[in-house]
Design a protein around this ligand. Structure first.
Ligand code: GTP
Ligand code: SPV
Ligand code: MN
Length: 592
């Protein structure tokens, strides 16, 4: 192994600041995993679960004030404020480094600093990104070895002087007032301090693979997106792939590993899971868009996951899984709201307090035992439908791009954009209700373009322009769609059964991408007629189907008024094409 002088100097500098008692370089081996696990169990960072029921599984509880991404404490630190854009919190780099240093100073006293070399994408591929994360958390190390390619082979690849993203993390004292998630795209550096929660601290994920990568992707001519990647194999052997962007906790993991419903099973469909959260996409020599999942694991939402909604996940997470903030049952197993029945009679809730399913809060609502944003970390290769192309650095060719959100009203079950440019606008106006995956008023509707609002590492006006340019560069751009699995009736019930049944909509989407299925043209885009969807075996009333596919013109016109407000904040930097598409929609809504 070559000696990476700059890497060693950086590790020394960071250790001088954080003052750990020890520095340990991770090699990624199984024996290391076992050793660190034993250490974390003895100091309480991890709880060993029942090894005959859940072999290789552990539980972790985060601090009570540290259960989701803290977007208000997340900053893009570019020299120019304009480059971060109105979509990001911004801090000048000097100030960010100064404030960071104050909290990092001495933060690892009495602790070990782990050096975690990792690769997003196959090690050594010219399309991958390498990082090194310094952390004082064994939980982070154990998650990184599931979520990324981690260990000595990455260090060997870095060899004497290759580029890498410098990632520094310390839990410090987990004080929310001393918590900062800082990105320095101009220095290829990430500093995260004061948190122990997933998206804030697994720095290869949202910080590197989305914020830093999207910044680089714009300069280098590719796309880093908050998207799942799935393949649909037909009985004739043809596999078509799609990439779909839904905001946090809006169904990416579930869609990526869906199991075909009974009514469609006879058609012989088979699903291939390529990725559930992040897609890196570039234009290949064939002029098509190809996608790679830079991760190797899933960091999935636990509540609502059960053998009916997501049987593949249930199979995957019965071994080698890290559970975060779920209920611990007396027999050393785990449970969460919306898990497989029946609930345990008693247990410890996500805080570690005694809990039972009859407990009620002051308003008479059940007390949740698992945190709504509780999660499992599992190697993607344990998913029964894991794609055989996971390690191919070429990735998979994308036929369709799907945007979506969680909207009780307005957005129909599915519609297709008229063109790439219109599709970019459809992505740009995507809105969704806030979920437990981030701090904020849950249920409140916000614009979340391409599900990237919290993850775009630069000015979103430039991001839209980049998307428009990418379309123009492709010979065969994917067709663009929008879906909404979450439309409700007046009583607040979901109109669409969702989960596996979503394949019925995916089937139409892929057929449309080939120019095959029929559609009705509406002012917002092409919508399926009920008869052009295969609803075999699904009991759904004509009334509900009609409501799901309805386009309410006056509600859409009201929505465009809100879009004006959203787009206005980008000023002159917003590409003209976005306004053109919005005006065209307003015209169609009033004239056709
Ligand atoms: P992140 O990991 O935060 O990016 O989330 P995600 O987009 O991967 O969401 P995930 O698939 O984990 O789903 C989040 C929640 O939505 C879970 O509680 C699911 O059970 C629920 N969910 C997923 N798909 C559907 C669906 O089609 N219909 C309904 N009603 N709920 C769904
Ligand atoms: C999300 O919030 O979109 C997640 C979970 O996928 S986290 O890694 O915490 O960002
Ligand atoms: Mn996500």
């Amino acid at each position: 192994m070559g000696y990476h002088k700059k890497l060693h100097a950086w590790v020394r500098d960071m250790a001088d600041m954080c003052q750990p008692d020890r520095i340990y370089w991770c090699d990624g081996s199984d024996s290391e995993k076992e050793r660190l696990r034993a250490e974390a169990i003895s100091n309480g960072e991890l709880v060993l679960l029942n090894q005959s029921k859940l072999p290789g599984c552990v539980l972790h509880r985060t601090a009570e004030n540290d259960v989701a991404r803290t977007e208000q404490l997340t900053f893009i630190c570019t020299s120019e404020k304009e480059d971060a854009g109105p979509n990001n919190n911004w801090m000048p780099p000097e100030e960010a480094y100064r404030r960071g240093r104050e909290i990092f100073a001495g933060s690892m006293k009495g602790r070990t600093m782990y050096v975690v070399p990792f690769s997003m994408g196959p090690v050594g591929s010219s399309f991958s990104k390498t990082g090194v994360e310094l952390t004082d958390s064994i939980y982070v190390v154990q998650n990184m070895r599931i979520m990324t390619r981690m260990g000595s082979n990455v260090l060997n690849y870095l060899d004497s002087d290759r580029e890498y993203t410098k990632c520094l993390h310390s839990k410090a004292d987990l004080n929310v007032n001393k918590r900062l998630i800082l990105h320095f795209p101009e220095d290829n550096t990430i500093w995260s301090v004061g948190s122990g929660y997933g998206g804030n601290v697994l720095l290869g994920k949202k910080c590197l693979a989305l914020r830093m990568a999207s910044y680089a992707a714009r300069q280098e001519g590719w796309l880093a997106e908050h998207m799942l990647i799935m393949g649909v194999e037909e009985p004739n052997g043809r596999i078509e792939y799609l990439a779909a962007a839904f905001p946090s906790a809006c169904g990416k993991t579930n869609l990526a590993m869906l199991v075909p419903p009974k009514g469609l099973q006879q058609k012989g469909y088979r699903i291939w899971t390529v990725g559930d959260d992040i897609a890196w996409m570039r234009i290949d020599t064939d002029g098509r868009l190809w996608a790679v999942n830079p991760e190797t694991g899933l960091f999935g939402v636990a509540p609502g996951t059960n053998s009916r909604t997501n049987p593949s996940a249930m199979t995957a997470i019965n071994r080698n899984t890290i559970y975060t903030n779920v209920i611990l049952t007396p027999d050393g197993s785990v449970w969460w709201e919306g898990g497989d029945d029946p609930p345990p009679d008693e247990g410890l809730d996500w805080r570690g307090h005694p809990w039972n399913p009859t407990m009620k809060d002051e308003d008479g609502n059940p007390v949740l035992g698992a945190h709504p944003n509780s999660r499992f970390t599992v190697p993607i290769k344990q998913v029964p439908s894991a794609s055989f192309r996971l390690d191919q650095h070429h990735g998979v060719p994308i036929s369709a791009i799907v945007f979506g959100g969680r909207r009780a009203h307005l957005a129909p079950l599915v519609y297709q954009a008229f063109s790439w440019q219109h599709g970019v606008y459809v992505g740009a106006i995507t809105a969704s209700e806030l979920t437990a995956a981030q701090y904020g008023n849950q249920g409140q509707l916000r614009r979340d373009p391409m599900a990237m609002l919290p993850f775009c590492g630069y000015n979103m006006a430039d991001y839209f322009a980049h998307w428009l340019k990418m379309g123009a560069r492709m010979l065969e751009p994917p067709k663009i769609f929008h879906v909404n699995w979450f439309r409700q009736d007046q009583n607040g019930h979901y109109l669409w059964p969702g989960f596996g049944e979503n394949l019925r909509i995916i089937e139409w989407i892929l057929a449309r991408s080939r120019g095959e299925a029929e559609a009705v043209t509406t002012p917002i885009g092409h919508i399926p007629h009920k008869s052009s969807l295969d609803l075999t075996g699904l009991e759904i009333s004509d009334h509900d189907m009609k409501a799901l596919l309805e386009v309410d013109r006056s509600a859409w016109l009201e929505d465009t008024a809100d879009q004006h407000k959203f787009f206005k904040q980008f000023g002159d930097r917003l590409p003209r094409e976005i306004y053109t598409e919005m005006e065209a929609l307003e015209y169609r809504l009033t004239h056709f």
